[in-house]
Design a protein around this ligand. Structure first.
Ligand code: ADP
Ligand code: ZN
Length: 525
């Protein structure tokens, strides 16, 4: 039916039964129809699949979809087949005979979307089959799902994804659509490079999840009681993430003893039992999954009503992804982070075990940012989105900090001083150095670089180093300043920083409380 001229909306309705496109989908599809490479970044549940599925149906030939997870592949293919769409997959679960008959169906032109795992796709046998397809039917595009798997900077590096650039060499004219829910700038850059995308159309959707409520609760003796209360208040399915397998076992056991329907899930369990627990959770046989981060990737359960982190996650990105498993159906859901300084010690210990100094430095910076989120007095949404380079400055009304009005002060003048000092130092230094210059330090580094000659040298003597640090961190959390993610945290000005310096934007920060101050300087200064 792709030969009939009809509007994209009509096709959307015809194939999927939807009335309208979600934001961005239409533009992405138009670009795909013009055979342009693209990079599509949307949060989980944002509707990425449609962005390649509809073009696959509208274009002549076969679309190859690369997907890393067999379960995910099967789900998608089943959903398409339920809509009467010709889709199939080839992976290691099939017998040789099954694979053969699917290959025949493909060559007969009955199939518009073929899902394959990367290792299979790159096998010599499959590449020859692909040559035949390309000659007989044409390949409309390669859609690379979970494209962040090409990047070592992402949370799920897969070496076989690295080899996908072979496709580029072998089939230079076939467009590549890369899709991911990973939000960091670094990973985006890596995807473009690794997959050799040519002048790609880049779509970055907002990562705001308006239906999620975010809160951070200090972990104390009565935390378990608080946990029980959340479970009772919220009701419905939930995931509780713990750092270690032992924590998982202990907590699941404790919940069961309190008459709560909960099961453990971690990589140390026997495969069969683990799979069984997962299935029981998805089928609502059990209310709560107590899990390590091994749980969740590729799990499609739209009605998770709460995600609790019983321990501090390692990075804000993993927190975003894990907590984001709540409320995929768009209904309200609650994300709670229990936070203790003891967890930082544990995570620091784990970082110290890493063999590579670069890795350690980066992991420390990421932990610092996670800690900064936990200690923030700003809107939790603002902090999360600013981490992904997205600016959000409203009162969201759906986080603990927006609900409790923290007393704020106008620090615009101080912010102007701070930002100008970064500019004068040519955006080549981290926070501590900038503060030293502001406070007129006579350190050798500063004298050697003649930074004692700058107009901003010593203009910040009236404030303590801690007060400046509080300001600097708040600017970062509010998205009014950026920093590099290479572990050195070099401060970089963005367009909003310049607005502050030009007095086009005011800066408000929460005044530091003594007790917080002491804590945050103790760790990871
Ligand atoms: P992602 O791959 O980005 O995590 P999906 O492609 O699985 O997200 O889409 C999430 C949900 O949104 C799916 O149930 C899908 O059917 C639905 N969806 C996608 N696009 C639309 C649309 N235009 N209108 C209504 N529902 C949509
Ligand atoms: Zn908020």
């Amino acid at each position: 039916s792709f030969a009939q001229p009809q509007s994209l909306e009509q096709s959307l309705k015809h194939f999927f039964g939807y009335d309208s496109f979600r934001p961005g989908q239409r533009e992405i599809i138009e670009q795909a129809l013009q055979r342009r490479d693209s990079l599509i970044i949307m949060p989980t549940g944002g509707g990425k699949s449609l962005c390649f599925q509809l073009p696959a149906l509208l274009k002549p030939g076969l679309m190859i979809v690369v997907s890393p997870l067999i379960a995910l592949m099967q789900d998608q293919v089943e959903a398409l087949q339920d809509n009467g769409i010709g889709a199939t997959f080839l992976n290691s679960t099939l017998t040789a005979a099954e694979a053969k008959s699917r290959e025949l169906a493909i060559l007969q032109g009955d199939i518009k979307l073929l899902y394959v795992a990367p290792e299979r796709l790159l096998s010599e046998r499959f590449l020859l089959f692909l040559d035949t397809i390309e000659n007989q039917l044409g390949v409309s595009a390669f859609a690379i799902d979970e494209a962040h798997c090409v990047s070592e900077w992402g949370h799920d590096f897969r070496p076989e994804y690295r080899k996908l650039k072979q496709l580029r060499n072998r089939y230079p004219k076939i467009p590549v659509l890369a899709l991911t829910a990973t939000a960091t700038q670094r990973v985006r850059q890596d995807i473009i490079q690794q997959l050799e995308l040519k002048n790609p159309y880049i779509h970055v959707a907002s990562f705001n999840r308006p239906n999620l409520y975010y809160e951070v609760i200090p972990k104390k003796k009565q935390t378990f009681t608080q946990l029980l209360k959340i479970i009772q208040d919220v009701g419905g399915s939930g995931i509780i993430y713990c750092l270690s397998r032992k924590n998982v076992e202990d907590l699941a056991f404790r919940l069961q003893n309190h008459g709560i329907s909960a099961l453990p899930y971690h990589a140390g369990m026997e495969d069969q039992l683990r799979a069984e627990n997962q299935t029981r959770f998805i089928r609502d046989d059990v209310q709560i999954m107590v899990a390590t981060i091994a749980f969740g990737m590729g799990i499609n359960k739209p009605d998770v009503r709460f995600v609790i982190h019983y321990n501090l996650p390692r990075t804000l990105e993993s927190y975003y992804q894990e907590s984001g498993r709540a409320g995929r159906d768009g209904e309200p859901a609650r994300c709670t982070l229990f936070f203790s300084y003891g967890d930082i010690k544990t995570l620091e210990y784990l970082i110290d075990q890493k063999p590579d100094a670069d890795e350690q430095r980066i992991a420390r910076q990421q932990l610092r940012q996670m800690l900064d989120y936990a200690e923030a007095s700003e809107c939790r949404r603002t902090v999360q989105l600013s981490y992904f380079g997205e600016f959000f400055s409203e009162n969201c009304g759906k986080c603990d900090n927006c609900r409790t009005q923290n007393p704020v002060e106008d620090w615009t003048i101080e912010a102007m001083k701070f930002l100008s000092c970064i500019a004068r130092c040519q955006e080549r230094f981290g926070m501590n150095y900038i503060i030293d210059v502001l406070r007129g330090s006579k350190s050798q580094k500063i004298l050697d670089r003649h930074h004692d000659q700058l107009s901003t040298y010593g203009i910040g003597k009236d404030k303590t180093a801690e007060e400046w640090k509080n300001l600097g961190r708040s600017l970062l959390r509010q998205g009014l300043l950026d920093q590099t993610t290479d572990g050195y945290a070099i401060l970089k000005l963005n367009s909003r920083s310049w607005e502050v310096m030009k007095r086009e934007r005011t800066v408000e920060i929460t005044v530091i409380k003594e007790q917080n101050l002491e804590k945050s300087t103790r760790s990871l200064a």
